[in-house]
Design a protein around this ligand. Structure first.
Ligand code: FES
Length: 114
């Protein structure tokens, strides 16, 4: 079962209220977010509006505000909130024994399709 999940390191690599990026060879960069409530989420690091780097946005609650034009994106669903329309793919993530795991199939999907 553990082989289905990719260990990307300790939770401490992402401080509360911040994000880190994870480059993926042959696929889109992933952003791993940690909220102030210590929840973790992973999204493709591209705003559904004009591909702004969501990892550089401001995190509030379970939402990130894109640094380019201020769209609010749900970290849970990847959907734009309010009147804005669009959705960015999310990557299933789990935390176990202080380490962050991403669903391997979701991370390499783009690579396998190439
Ligand atoms: S690119 Fe994110 S709001 Fe425009």
């Amino acid at each position: 079962m553990i082989g289905d999940w990719l260990d990307i390191g300790p939770v401490d690599q992402v401080s509360p209220g911040n994000a880190r990026t994870l480059p993926v060879v042959g696929a889109e960069e992933i952003a791993v977010f940690r909220t102030l409530a210590n929840e973790f989420f992973a999204l493709i690091n591209k705003c559904p509006h004009k591909a702004g780097p969501l990892s550089q946005g401001i995190i509030h609650g379970n939402v990130v505000t894109c640094p380019l034009h201020g769209w609010n994106i749900s970290l849970r669903t990847g959907e734009a909130l309010g009147e804005d329309k669009g959705c960015v793919p999310t990557i299933p993530l789990r935390v176990d024994a202080g380490r962050i795991y991403l669903l391997r199939a979701a991370v390499v999907a783009g690579f396998n399709a190439a």
